[in-house]
Design a protein around this ligand. Structure first.
Ligand SMILES: CC(C)(COP(=O)(O)OP(=O)(O)OC[C@H]1O[C@@H](n2cnc3c(N)ncnc32)[C@H](O)[C@@H]1OP(=O)(O)O)[C@@H](O)C(=O)NCCC(=O)NCCS
Length: 155
């Protein structure tokens, strides 16, 4: 399979935060943000593999700052690592108050997907073409994270 660069599958979603997804204080629910993160990560993984994917692992998700109703949330997904059938994506979330222009980075997390064939079994995906020193460094860090996840799986 031909290697593909991360820039070919990068995804950016931008959405206005609706009242239906917030609590009584107007803070958006964490579960809604995680859903958007998963959708962005899965879209990037499908763009790379051109296969349906399922989420196999989600690393710690920390909400450092609240996101409010009416904020413009941007979710960016980038591939950091590709195994034989698995794909790690780095998801970055930021929120902008459209009235003040203030933008807050609210969280970063790693989501791992597995590409599936027609029978629902894991299937090989194209290798990731690393183009920059930053991508090479992210790959090494991602490899270590994946080894840790798999070591936890065996326990
Ligand atoms: C994802 C799934 C198909 C993997 O099945 P499996 O029997 O573990 O398959 P394999 O052992 O062949 O592993 C497939 C890939 O997943 C990776 N993987 C498996 N468990 C993992 C874990 N805990 N963390 C990270 N990667 C993992 C493996 O390393 C392998 O990647 P590689 O081919 O790049 O080396 C299966 O666990 C599944 O269907 N899970 C449910 C997925 C789902 O429904 N997600 C939505 C949840 S709401």
């Amino acid at each position: 399979m031909q290697p593909k660069p991360a820039r070919a599958s990068r995804i950016t979603l931008s959405l206005l935060m609706p009242p239906a997804e917030a609590n009584l204080l107007g803070n958006v629910h964490g579960g809604y943000i995680m859903r958007l993160m998963d959708e962005a990560g899965a879209s990037a993984a499908m763009r790379h593999s051109r296969r349906p994917v399922v989420t196999v692992a989600v690393d710690q998700v920390l909400f450092k700052e609240p996101i409010h109703v009416g904020d413009l949330v941007t979710v960016e997904a980038n591939l950091t690592y590709v195994g034989r059938t698995s794909i790690e994506t780095r998801i970055e979330v930021s929120a902008q108050n459209l009235l003040t222009g203030e933008t807050t980075h609210t969280n970063t997390a790693y989501f791992v997907y597995v590409a599936l064939d027609e029978k629902g079994h894991p299937t090989p995906v194209p290798p990731l073409l690393l183009e920059t020193d930053e991508e090479r460094a992210q790959w090494e860090a991602a490899k270590a994270r994946q080894a840790y996840r798999l070591s936890q799986r065996q326990k």
